[in-house]
Design a protein around this ligand. Sequence first.
Ligand SMILES: NC(=O)C1=CN([C@@H]2O[C@H](COP(=O)(O)OP(=O)(O)OC[C@H]3O[C@@H](n4cnc5c(N)ncnc54)[C@H](OP(=O)(O)O)[C@@H]3O)[C@@H](O)[C@H]2O)C=CC1
Ligand SMILES: CC(=O)N[C@@H](CCC(=O)OP(=O)(O)O)C(=O)O
Length: 346
Amino acid sequence: MKKVAIIGGTGYGAIELIRLLQLHEKMHVKKVISHSQHGDSLASIYPHLTDFIEEPMDELQIDKLEEEVDIVFFATPAGVAKDILPQLSNSKLQCIDLSGDLRLSSPTEYETWYGKEAAPQELLDQAVYGLSELYAEEIKQASVISNPGCFPTSALLGLAPALEHQIISPQGISIDGKTGISGAGRTPTAKTHFSETNENVTPYKIGQHQHIPEIEQYLSDKAKTPIDVAFATHLIPMTRGLICTMYGQLVRETTTEELLEIYQSYYENNPFVRIREAGVFPATKDVYASNFCDIGIHVDQRSNQIIIAAAIDNLVKGAAGQAIQNANLMNGWEETMGLHTIPVYP
Ligand SMILES: NC(=O)C1=CN([C@@H]2O[C@H](COP(=O)(O)OP(=O)(O)OC[C@H]3O[C@@H](n4cnc5c(N)ncnc54)[C@H](OP(=O)(O)O)[C@@H]3O)[C@@H](O)[C@H]2O)C=CC1
Ligand SMILES: CC(=O)N[C@@H](CCC(=O)OP(=O)(O)O)C(=O)O
C-alpha cells in the first residue's frame, strides 16, 4: 500500500481525492495537509467525512514528507506547488500537481496568463502533462505530473482525434465551454454566490481564460502544427459538471458514421472515454461524479463543420479522478483502479 499526502486539505479537490482514494486498493491517505486549518479535523469542516477521516490535519513540513509518504497530491491554487516542488527535487516522491503551475512549457506564457512568476525552467521541463489518454507512455516514466485543467481535459479529448486525422482545419476552431460552480473552488465570490448564479448563465474570462494557452499548446503538439482557438466559458447554475461544444471546419468530405469509427478506434484502449452513437449527445449528468469523458459527434453537411460535445465531471476527470488515473499509470497499476464506478444518476 502506497502512502499519500494531500496538500490543500480544505479544498474541493482534496475532499474529492479523499472520497475516491477511499475505494483504492493500493493507495492510502496518510496525511492531509492544511495551510489555513492544520490542527482541525477535516470531518469538523466537512461532516460528510465523519468516521472516514477524523485525525487532525497537519502543517506542511517539507523535510519530513519523503520519510512519511510515497505520493503527494497538490490540490492547491496556482502559485503554491511551483514554490514547494523545487525543495523536493532530490526526493523519490511521486508528485501530482492539480494546479496550472506546470502545464505551460513557456515561463513567459505562464506569467502572461497567470500573472505570477513561473516555476523554474528545470521543473517545467521535468513535469509531464497528465492527460492520461493522450500521454500515457510519458506519464508511466514520470515523477512529476502536471494535471490538466478541467476545460482542457474536455477540449483536448474532443478535438485531438479530428486534428490528428486531419479532418478539420487547424484554423477557425471554436470552443464553447460551460461549467458548474464548484469549478471555482470553495471560496465564494460576488460572481459565484447563489443569487448571482441561480437562474443565470454568465460568460466569463472571455479572451482571458488561463486555459487558452494550455489547449493551444497540447492541440498543437497533437496536430503537429500551430493551433489557435476561440474559447468562451460560461458559468451554469449547477454544482458539478462541465461540457465543451466544439466547432471545426471540415477539410475533406466525411460523415458522422466515419468520424464515429475514427473516434472509437482512437480511444479503443481508453476505458474512461465513451463515444456516443450517431444522433446521441452526452449530458453532464451522464458522467456525474465519475471519471468518464463522454463524447458526441455530428458532421454538419450544411455548414461544412464538425460539432463535437465532450462532457466530464470537473472535480473527477477534470481534477481528482484524473490525478488518481495518473498515479495508477505511474505505478504500473490497472488504469481504472479506484475509479471504475457508475456515474451518480439522476
Ligand atoms: N474545482 C475544480 O473543478 C478544479 C480545480 N482544479 C485545480 O485544482 C486546485 C485545487 O482546486 P480546488 O480544491 O477546487 O480549490 P479550492 O479553492 O477549493 O481549495 C484550494 C485549497 O488550497 C489551500 N490554499 C489556498 N491558498 C493557499 C496558499 N496560499 N498556500 C497554500 N495552500 C493554499 C486551501 O486549503 P488549506 O488552507 O486547507 O491548505 C484551499 O482550500 C486548483 O489549482 C484548481 O485550479 C483543476 C481542475 C478542476
Ligand atoms: C467556474 C470556474 O471559475 N472555473 C475555473 C476552473 C479553473 C480550474 O479548475 O482550472 P485551473 O486549475 O487551471 O485553475 C475557471 O474557469 O477558471
